[in-house]
Design a protein around this ligand. Sequence first.
Ligand SMILES: Nc1ncnc2c1ncn2[C@@H]1O[C@H](COP(=O)(O)OP(=O)(O)OP(=O)(O)O)[C@@H](O)[C@H]1O
Ligand SMILES: [Mg+2]
Length: 341
Amino acid sequence: MTVPVIAFFNNKGGVGKTSLVYHVAWMLSEQGYRILAADLDPQGNLTAAFLDENRLEGLWSGDQKEAKTIYRAIHPLKDGTGDVATPKLENIDGDFTLFPGNLALLPGDMALSQFEDDLSDAWPKCLDEDSRAFRVMSAFWRVLQNGADEHQADAILVDLGPNLGAINRAALIGSDYVAIPLGPDIFSLQGLRNLGPTLKNWRKGWQDRLKKNPNTDLELPLGSMKPLGYIVMQHSVRHDRPVKSYDKWIARIPDTYRKSVLNESTEGVPLVADDPHCFALVKHYRSLMAMAQEAHKPLFLLKSADGALGAHTYAVKSAYDDFKKLSLEIVKRANVKKNNP
Ligand SMILES: Nc1ncnc2c1ncn2[C@@H]1O[C@H](COP(=O)(O)OP(=O)(O)OP(=O)(O)O)[C@@H](O)[C@H]1O
Ligand SMILES: [Mg+2]
């Protein structure tokens, strides 16, 4: 049995992918799911959101042989001394959590960029039935599954960097589902137009390669990358930009999503608010987000001691409800089950 992998992806940067993975991972663990959050973006922002500087220092400057980051877990394969290792996960706990021990992190690593060339080379080599190329292309998925096994995870949530490069291709080949965060701007819409055909290409490319795998003993990902839906990050109202300019781009999302990602007809397309493919419109939380980052806590679990006083108390409560609804919708669509309810 493999554990479902859900990637949060859009090649447009800064649309809130990392913040979403962070908050959805926390919320699902609060709802009793065992979650592995994996940082496959070499920028390492998800890792920095979960761990404070002392922990980061210990992690990144510690023993380089221990498989404590995604890069170190694939290193034996990269340098030809072995295959991928079982990662040593970071436990993410807090005295504010309902279910301590439910959440684990596979930390990111800036060195991961060094794997990009290996992944670029491996992609065409799979067509030549090259045995190592299949090990390389499936490395992320195999490390994720090893980690999920270790943590007894019900689901794996993956954060990715904002590009259509070889790291993301390999990560998405290892993903069963893709949730697409979007911002209310022309760049997100343009990103969506590139993303749909790219996912199709990669899916088809992997199906063609799967038939050529010479390693009968090597379990490989299916490369489904099923689009789960999109999430719109709402704007923070800027005084130099009328609200209408955001609304104009938001209004075009349902049509573009159907055309580019689903390859569906765009007749009778609903508004975003009524679109079943839209998970949620995530609010812009302004200072609450900064407070949460400072406290290394999800914003919906902030307390008065963290500075969430007065009107913030209501914002925290409403954020809890919003993220609960969004997160439970994600597990429903991805058919995630609790292994030990
Ligand atoms: N709902 C929100 N409310 C307020 N601020 C937010 C919200 N979501 C994200 N942000 C802020 O917007 C910025 C970009 O968010 P984030 O890093 O999650 O985007 P990203 O898509 O992961 O970026 P990248 O493409 O660089 O990986 C961050 O400073 C984050 O704190
Ligand atoms: Mg990010």
